[in-house]
Design a protein around this ligand. Structure first.
Ligand code: NAP
Length: 418
């Protein structure tokens, strides 16, 4: 495709995929990057330097292709999410982005949600593990080593909603009350109404991805997190379809918790993944009280949003929490945090979340050695107490670094660890 305003780097090759969506990654791939809004202008370039250093230290290279979304795109294209950006990620398959601002209430809808939907990046994956030296409110933060799989395209995030006071919302009210038999279920007066679709298709592909990940990475369990006791036809359906995947699509390597106890007295076959389920509110407290019992979680969109932020807080907060979005033959890395506009352009915030999102990207590309180097170098930098403000304010002593200085230290550590 011809791009309108962005340029494809002259050097470097494209990542391709086979018909099953497995990536084929050259030694010098072209990787699109969106720095993002607010603090994205600081953490984006910082991550770029670190990832490039890790690629070079393992005998490869990355050729970056700058893309624009949010404020930078409005200046260039007069559009929040230009076709150039969406199509380049579609075509180049693996990309990384910083945070994008979403106005609350009025204004445009989330660009992050739009990007995930347009590219059908149906899973948001958030590994949550503790790095040595990162302050945490927990007594034993190292007990957490979880990977959250959050459905990305449906649930109340589908964007099907109507504003109070509009003709449309009154039509929906009438339909729900008169035709669907829920008379009196909605209070009189102004009301906003949203729809929560949870499909068999959307659930099963998400749960499949979580189970595959657990099998490939020697994990012990996959927990389906739902609120099915209250929302029987959406959240309980998520649980039931999730169990169907576990029971019907895998052999002995996957076993449900019920079968495990009913047929094997709790004795799991060696290397098997146990699939169980928890109600979301219980899960939120188990995260705190039984942290080490959870491994891989699979969740509908809203549960996943709340739960992965809460889990992130237990291992040190938004400054270090990484994430990635997965679709068929596509991957878009992005940190969990937002654009924190009050810190924009101050070269102040922690770039670790964006750097560690890049680590997930490298591993997704099959560059496990480069990914491990990134993780080790970030950990080493924090362990030596050379940290940004967010960590500095929570530890005794230590050296407070700017975003760019922290990235330089990580690069130095990559070079000495390689
Ligand atoms: P936020 O941008 O994540 O910031 C909330 C707070 O978290 C900051 O004030 C800061 O806390 C801390 N924080 C975030 N990133 C940090 C970093 N890299 N290093 C250190 N501390 C960090 O959340 P928000 O203020 O709710 O959202 C701002 C905008 O971002 C909104 O428009 C929202 O829609 C958008 N957003 C975008 C994404 C995305 O692009 N994927 C995700 C979430 C939110 P302290 O001030 O206490 O130090």
């Amino acid at each position: 495709m011809d791009f309108d305003k962005v340029e494809v780097p002259e050097e470097g090759e494209r990542i391709t995929a086979d018909e099953d969506g497995n990536l084929e990654v050259p030694e010098e791939p072209i990787i699109p990057i969106i720095h993002g809004d607010g603090i994205g202008t600081d953490v984006g370039p910082a991550a770029q330097k670190v990832l490039e250093a890790a690629a070079q230290a393992t005998g490869r290279d990355i050729h970056w292709m700058r893309l624009y979304a949010g404020e930078s795109a409005r200046e260039m294209y007069d559009d929040n999410l230009p076709d150039d950006t969406v199509e380049a990620i579609r075509e180049f398959r693996v990309a990384i982005k910083g945070p994008l601002t979403t106005p609350v209430g009025s204004g445009f809808r989330s660009l992050n949600v739009a990007l995930r939907k347009k590219l059908d990046l149906y899973t948001n994956m958030r590994p949550t593990y503790h790095l040595d030296g990162v302050p945490s409110p927990m007594k034993a933060p190292e007990q957490m080593d979880m990977v959250n799989f959050r459905e990305n395209t449906e649930d109340v995030y589908a964007g099907i909603e109507w504003e109070a006071g509009t003709e449309e919302v009154e039509q929906v009210r009438e339909f729900v009350e008169d035709e669907m038999g829920f008379e009196g279920a909605i209070h009189e007066g102004p009301v906003g109404i949203g729809i929560k679709p949870i499909s068999e298709f959307g659930t099963k592909r998400l749960v499949r991805q979580a189970i595959d990940y657990a099998l490939e990475n020697d994990r012990d369990s996959v927990t389906l997190v739902h609120k099915g006791n209250i929302m029987k036809f959406t959240e309980a359906a998520f649980r039931d379809w999730g169990y169907e995947v576990a029971e019907e699509e895998y052999g002995e390597e996957v076993i449900t918790e019920d079968t495990l106890w009913e047929e094997r007295d709790g004795d799991a076959p060696e290397d098997a993944v146990v699939v169980n389920d928890r109600i979301a509110d219980n899960m939120l407290q188990q995260l705190l009280t039984r942290t080490d019992q959870y491994d891989v979680l699979a969740m509908p969109n809203l549960n996943g949003d709340y739960l992965s932020d809460a889990a992130g807080a237990q291992i040190g907060g938004l400054g270090i929490a990484p994430g990635g979005n997965i679709g068929e033959g596509r991957f878009l890395a992005e940190p969990v945090h937002g654009s924190a506009p009050k810190y924009e352009g101050q070269d102040k915030v922690n770039p670790s979340a964006m750097i560690l999102s890049g680590r997930i990207m490298l591993e997704h590309m099959g560059w496990e050695d480069a990914g491990q180097l990134v993780r080790d170098a970030v950990e080493e930098t924090i362990r030596s107490k050379q940290v940004t403000y967010d960590i500095h304010r929570q530890i005794e002593g230590g050296e407070k670094l700017a975003t760019s200085e922290f990235a330089e230290k990580v690069v130095e550590n990559i070079e000495s660890l390689a």
